[in-house]
Structures are given as C-alpha cells and as structure tokens.
Design a protein around this ligand. Structure first.
Ligand code: FES
Length: 133
C-alpha cells in the first residue's frame, strides 16, 4: 500500500503503511503475528495498538506466544521481558531491543508502517501467517 491510511497520518521515511486488519481481531492479553518477513506482531497495550518485531532477541522465539501484562511481554522460552512501547528489554536474559513500528488506527482498522525492506502478505492478519502465502 503506498497511500496514507487516513487524514492526519503522516508518511514515515523509509517505511510504507500497510493495512493490518480490523482492530477487533487483536486479542487482549496476547500478541497477533502478522504475515511479514521478518515476522512482526501487534499487541493491545491498554487500548493502544503496538507493533514490534516478533522474534525475541535472546533466541529465535515468537514474542506473540508470550504473556502480556500492561505494556510488557514476557517471552515464554526463557522469560525475558520487553517493553512493547520502546522494544527495550526490561528483564534478562535478552539484552537487545526488538524493533518497534509505527501504528495508526483509522475507522476500526489497524495500519502499520513497516520498513520497505520487509516482505508483506496482502492479508496481514490471516491465520497461519508464517512466511508469505
Ligand atoms: S528466547 Fe526469549 S528469552 Fe530466550
């Protein structure tokens, strides 16, 4: 998608806005993996939608599988925690941040601004979003 999602949504240098899907598809206490390479996921953080790279920086494991409390996700493999707003690790063993991505909600739909280098499926919220269909 090359057009901006809606009025007041600004272009983000080096990124393209993509419609991820309906806001009501995002669960309350867990992440939802998007169909991108590399993998990204969206979270509902106290009513605010946030998007991060999905792979834990400690090892190769999905953060969408993690436990979410407030705006922190805990990786279920070795229990590192990440701030969903900044991507920063807040608890070991992870020491590197995960990338965060701008999000906008327009008319009940979620849009994410992903780096142009990311590969994106046409239906980002389609179940079984491993890789590209
Ligand atoms: S893979 Fe996430 S904490 Fe080890």
């Amino acid at each position: 998608m090359s057009a901006l999602p809606g009025p007041g949504i600004e272009p983000v240098k080096g990124r393209t806005w993509h419609r991820a899907g309906p806001l009501d598809r995002i669960p309350q206490d867990e992440g939802l993996v998007l169909g991108t390479v590399p993998r990204t996921s969206v979270f509902n953080c106290d009513g605010e939608v946030l998007c991060i790279d999905d792979t834990c920086t400690h090892e190769d494991y999905s953060l969408a599988e993690g436990w979410v409390e407030g705006c922190v996700v805990e990786c279920t493999l070795h229990l590192a925690k990440f701030n969903l707003k900044t991507g920063a690790p807040v608890s070991p063993p992870a020491t590197r941040a995960v990338a965060t991505h701008p999000v906008a909600t327009v008319g009940g739909d979620v849009y994410v601004a992903l780096p142009v280098s990311y590969l994106v499926k046409s239906d980002l919220m389609k179940e079984n979003s491993d890789g590209l269909a």
